[in-house]
Design a protein around this ligand. Structure first.
Ligand code: COA
Length: 381
């Protein structure tokens, strides 16, 4: 085999072929299975996009009806899972619970089905449906409230808000939540998706793949930037303070959260959509402060960076945290909501990996001792 150059973090290394997601970073474009993200958000529900990711094609009305019914039937969580959520250590992070629940769910699925070539994810749809119920239930139990039975007449996003708050969201809230899930459903070979594929490549089950992916997403370098954006907005506090705050932050060489992206060198197409939602939702709720603060930070930061010849644009996280806050989602749930959204993308990669599998086995560049002699323990210092 030809020798390959070492790339720390595998940066720039092509690790597999994929037909799922195309990102045109230079022009700020994102496509799932060839469909522009904007068209998917405007014309399809999250359930339709989930179907697209699992089957490679958008569903017909008949296919969607069957699929949607199956996904919605899968939403309720059993009494043992509710007990597990109730008993999980209170100080643990919701992502730790989510990872444990996915492993636990696999116990309910026949071994034979789990090892099926389609690794059962098209059969039970548990992992897509139930993550939302688990996250909503955890929040309710930790707030001293009861489990809310999911409703089958609501979209995935609207039902999540319904279970979280115990009241039906407005039409705008439900639509925005569902669309935010679509916007986060897939994003090519990031760390959690790659993790899912590595586990799938061993022919382990898709539950193990998803649980491992959740573990990867939990890390602060992956999920969580929108939480930090909201910390920044809270620190700024008022629109009138933005200019002074930003100057001080840049003088201190602080990173402005939610600005910049490794792949997008234009405005992240998802940020454009979410920005519009923030404006509309803020107007509906009479809370325009987040939108105004963020827009001012964006404008000033872009001006300052352009003066230095470094154009930097907002990524999806810049506006999404404020939208979630207006939807009543606490910051501690931002990364779990990301996991709810990303589950179909992870599963699409698991399926793709298994359709043309080769176990991942990269090499390490060994930089340790060549050989040493073991010194008896009593002589070691
Ligand atoms: C995502 C990120 C790591 C990409 O960094 P990158 O690959 O170095 O980006 P670029 O090469 O376009 O950066 C060009 C310059 O702008 C600076 N820059 C980029 N994003 C910046 C930000 N958010 N705040 C301040 N400066 C920033 C870089 O430090 C670099 O400066 P340098 O030339 O003096 O080294 C970076 O933009 C960042 O940390 N953003 C904030 C965190 C965030 O929102 N993360 C979520 C990403 S989805």
């Amino acid at each position: 085999m030809a020798s390959v150059e070492y790339a720390k973090g595998l940066e720039g290394v092509i690790a597999a072929e994929s037909s799922i997601c195309r990102i045109d970073g230079e022009n700020g474009k994102l496509y799932y299975m060839g469909y522009p993200i904007r068209q998917l958000v405007e014309q399809c529900s999250f359930e339709e996009v989930t179907y697209l990711l699992l089957y490679g094609e958008l569903p017909t009305i008949e296919q969607l009806t069957i699929f949607q019914r199956k996904m919605r039937h899968s939403r309720p969580i059993s009494a043992p899972i509710q007990a597990m959520i109730r008993d999980f250590p209170r100080d643990s992070h919701p992502m730790e619970l989510l990872q444990a629940v996915v492993s636990y769910l696999s116990g309910y699925v026949e071994h034979k089905i789990q090892h099926d070539a389609y690794c059962n994810c098209r059969i039970t749809l548990h992992q897509v449906s139930q993550l939302a119920t688990v996250v909503a239930t955890l929040h309710r139990f930790r707030s001293g409230k009861d489990y809310v039975e999911p409703r089958e007449d609501l979209s995935h996003g609207a039902n999540f808000l319904y279970m979280l708050h115990g009241r039906e969201p407005s039409e705008l809230e439900g639509t925005i939540m569902d669309d935010c899930l679509t916007l986060h459903a897939e994003h090519s070979f990031n760390a959690s998706t790659f993790t899912a594929r590595v586990v799938a490549s061993t022919l382990s089950t898709c539950y193990c793949s998803i649980s491992a992916a959740i573990g990867a997403l939990y890390g602060s370098l992956h999920g969580g930037a929108n939480e930090k954006v909201m910390d920044m907005v809270d620190e700024v506090g008022e629109l009138s303070r933005v200019d002074a705050w930003l100057s001080a932050a840049l003088d201190q060489k602080r990173k402005i959260m939610g600005m910049g992206h490794r792949v997008y060198k234009a405005k992240d197409p998802r940020a454009i959509v979410v920005e519009g939602y923030l404006e509309r939702l803020g107007a509906e709720k009479g809370e325009t402060r987040y939108y105004e603060i963020l827009k001012r930070i964006e404008t000033l930061f872009r001006e300052r960076m352009e003066e230095k010849g470094k154009p930097i644009y907002p990524n999806v996280d810049f506006f999404s945290g404020a939208v979630y806050r207006l939807l009543g989602i606490p910051s501690s749930l931002f990364t779990p909501v990301f996991a709810i959204a990303r589950a179909p993308g992870w599963l699409a990669h698991v399926l793709e990996q298994r359709s043309d599998n080769r176990i991942f086995r990269p090499k390490a560049l060994y930089v340790g001792h060549q050989q040493r002699e073991v010194v008896p323990i009593e002589q070691r210092s």
